[in-house]
Design a protein. Sequence first.
Length: 460
Amino acid sequence: MTKAKKKADKVTVITVIVVVFLVLVFIAGFIWGLNNVLAMEGTMPPSENVESLSPAPETKEDAVKYLELCLNKALEEKPYFESHSEYDIDKDTLETDGSSQLKDTLLYTSDAFTDYLNDNAPKAQADYFKGFDALLRKPHISASDIEDFNCDYIFYKCESCGEESDEPLAKCDACGNENPYNLKYRDEYTISFTLKNSDDVLKNNFEPKEGKEALALMGEDVKNTVDVENLKIDYELLTVTFKVNRLTDEIHNLQFSREMNVKADASFKGDFEKAGKFSSTFKMTKDDYFDFTWPSVVLSDKKKTVEPKKSDNLLATLTCDDPLKYDVKWESSDENILTIDDEGYFKAGDEAGEATVTASFDFGGKTYSDTCKVLVRYSVESIKVSDKKMDMKQGETKKLTVDVSPKKATIKTVKWYSQDESIATVDENGVVTAVKKGTVNVYALSDDEFYKSTCEVRVK
């Protein structure tokens, strides 16, 4: 055998060994990863819903009073204020008795016309604490003016993968989690009124423009091109919507919306006179927005975990006239647990514990603040029940235990749950009692980080 042949065989053997080694590593890694996934089975943090400052309105009367309360609060405390309007032409509804070429031209120019309306719509603003009473359109709505109202703030969430739904679901098809979605509250109430289409409602809330007033909205380019006659606007859908921080009753947005059917006769003039006369109809919407921005400081996290002797930081976002002008004051509720400097960097002490970090700043004669709960401890990273499946007879008892990782985790306690206690129960020590024939999942949930691990119990 030549030296070259021996060398080639040696390279081949080494290559095979390396490939086999890598395959074994991959298989071992896959099995290890699978075991960890099975042990963790995701996390299940409890549903923590903070109660509102004011209860969600349940009747039309309640909703009208709540809107008045929120607007009065804004008028008194004077947040930053802006208002503007937006127009939109529904091109799918545009029709004309002219030629198809004329319709194409109208479709083409409708965007420019809409842009002109939006660019030239009145805008207003008032700085923090300046007041905007003369700029705000106050709704004049009674319960009898409302056909329907809706208060939206409730939703449902799978705590395993985060999938959301407007309806309560018994399980999650997205990730396979067998647990029902948890009830959640959004931070905002979104409250909408569908109003009766009456002359009084229209006049008192929407500042309708007819005839010459409406024609005056057209730009000079349009006026130089066409003469518009017999302009008629029929209002279809009238709505008022407002969004409020339900924890503070601070209104963020008030919106007046109307859908209109527009009909007009027009004749071209000047260089376009030969195009003649035509009639046109289309649907159009106009939204009037009144936006309120409240002073605040918001921390980057509401809850953080850090190991003993380790450091981390928080970021504070200021909402005010010029955030760079103001200094943020940082405080720790317990400096034996952690200390924090004037830039938001904190260091944990030697012992496990809990402290609240508060960030605050002064603006307009008031102090605004936000807090973050900081937990100093070695966190749980996974848990694993002693049995993944367990066969039992009716009346029999067996004990499950839990392996918590890492070993140095500060809080190793768990809570036990049975998904159907008519089949099997489990006590606080993991002792399972078989009740009747059937199959049920019994699972442990770690008190730290809420890791879940399940045992399938089959009662025969």
